[in-house]
Write a protein that binds this ligand. Structure first.
Ligand code: HAM
Length: 417
């Protein structure tokens, strides 16, 4: 026997019936997002490597360690997208969207790729449901975007999604804060772990993300952004908070929330979920007012979020899951050697009328056992007698009643009982 092949490490096969739940979640996202005026964008999975280097940032883990990057046959460096925001911005510039009156509201659903160490909730191919709003400085659009995110999660049955919120200020505020943080930490350099020592040189703010208890203790005395925030940033953040409060959106300020991608300015947020273990971030996002310009477009303040769909499915409330169960089929069964083709013809006529129908089993016994397993309500039995008379027997598997009807009346009988 030939050796069976295995999927690439960190990727997954998704099979029925779980895929039906994925589809239902995605349909709900489409429905909610379109109510807020968002249209779907589909960008290529493959992009020029430079796009991510210039947007996510060279000093980030994503660009530094996690990208699937390779040379194509002509030696050009291409990358499987590790996230979708950069691609959306590239497309919006390339397709001439930005520059036209906005805001432009776009959502996406699709696979992303990061070469991370796989564990529960962390894959090398994972999926995101995300939205981007290009061309509005906020803060009301920040409020609206978060309202949409929370509305979507509520419709999936999450009762009280809580947004963890922070501001990174504008670029000058952030630069001043980052410098002060580095100055504060440098005397403690020897006490820092290897990761943080590296970050101290290239991206000090990321040290705030540390999970090491002794580093967290050190950070308790560190300067906070609050000392460096410009008036404009302060106003933006205050507006956002007032808006969230007015709309009854629960949030908590999380001063250490800095996010792992370099393009953020002002608002950043995450939603975490219990039950996910160490990889508990269900969703992340924020404002990126400079990114469109940095990628060669006109000034276009923007923001967005992405939900990790794999993680979302892991903690999906049972109420939504159980609402997805598909109706069991009507089983069409032969008796006394009815030719399969005759049965198949009946099955096809039911399907053409919009019913779920399948061929039963080889014997009545096998068919009824299968109907039981699938939870079917009806079986349609067709023996030689029925066949000759242009009729079928409809059997209600729950009440065990049955009656013969003309083939032409079959669909109406199934629908009306
Ligand atoms: P991110 O925080 O890197 O942000 O990813 C968003 C979400 O994707 C995470 O909260 C997590 O649920 C999921 N995720 C990330 N990596 C993995 C993985 N290896 N396995 C499973 N799930 C994962 C972004 O990607 C930004 N583009 C979000 C954004 C949109 N910001 C502005 N607009």
């Amino acid at each position: 026997m030939a050796t069976a092949l295995q999927r690439v490490k960190g990727t997954r096969d998704l099979l029925p019936p779980e895929t039906a739940v994925w589809s239902a979640v995605e349909s709900r996202a489409r429905a909610v997002f379109s109510r807020y005026g968002y249209g779907e964008i589909r960008t290529p999975i493959l992009e020029p490597t430079e796009l991510f280097v210039r947007s996510i940032g060279e000093a980030t883990d994503v660009v530094g360690k996690e990208m699937y990057t390779f040379a194509d046959r002509k030696g050009r460096s291409v990358t499987l997208r590790p996230e979708n925001t950069a691609s959306v911005v590239r497309a919006a510039i390339e397709e001439g969207l930005v520059g036209q009156p906005g805001p432009h509201k776009l959502f996406y659903i699709g696979p992303q790729f990061r070469y991370e160490r796989p564990q529960k909730g962390r894959y090398r191919q994972f999926h995101q449901i995300g939205a981007e709003l290009l061309g509005d400085p906020g803060p009301w659009t920040d409020v609206e975007l978060l309202a949409m995110l929370v509305a979507f999660l509520r419709e999936l049955g999450f009762t009280s999604p809580k947004v963890l919120l922070n501001t990174l200020g504008d670029a000058p505020s952030r630069l001043a804060w980052s410098g002060a943080l580095a100055d504060y930490l440098r005397p403690f350099r020897d006490q820092l772990g290897e990761d943080s020592r590296h970050r101290l040189e290239i991206n000090p703010l990321r040290i705030l993300d540390t999970k090491l208890p002794h580093e967290r203790l050190l950070l308790d005395g560190a300067p906070t952004l609050d000392d460096f925030l410009s008036d404009a940033s302060r106003e933006h953040f205050a507006g956002l908070r007032a808006g969230l409060e007015r709309l009854g959106i629960e949030y908590a300020i999380e001063p250490r929330l800095v996010r792992g991608l370099d393009y953020y300015t002002h608002t950043v947020f995450e939603i975490v979920a219990t039950g996910l273990g160490a990889q508990n971030a269900l969703c992340g996002g924020g404002r990126y007012d400079r990114l469109v310009e940095d990628l060669g477009g006109p000034p276009t303040p923007s923001l967005g979020f992405a939900i990790g769909e794999d993680r979302l499915l892991d903690v999906l409330p049972e109420s939504f899951r159980s609402s997805v169960a598909t109706a069991p089929p009507v089983l069409v069964v032969g008796a006394g050697g009815t030719p399969t083709l005759d049965l198949l013809e009946i099955v096809e006529s039911l399907r053409a009328a919009g019913e779920f129908a399948e061929l039963g089993g080889r014997t009545l016994k096998a068919a009824f056992a299968r109907a039981d397993r699938l939870g079917c309500q009806y079986a349609v039995v067709c023996g030689p007698d029925e066949l000759a008379a242009g009729e079928v027997t409809v059997r209600d598997l729950r009440s065990r009643e049955q009656r013969r009807v003309l083939r032409d009346e079959l669909v109406a009988t199934l629908r009306n009982g």
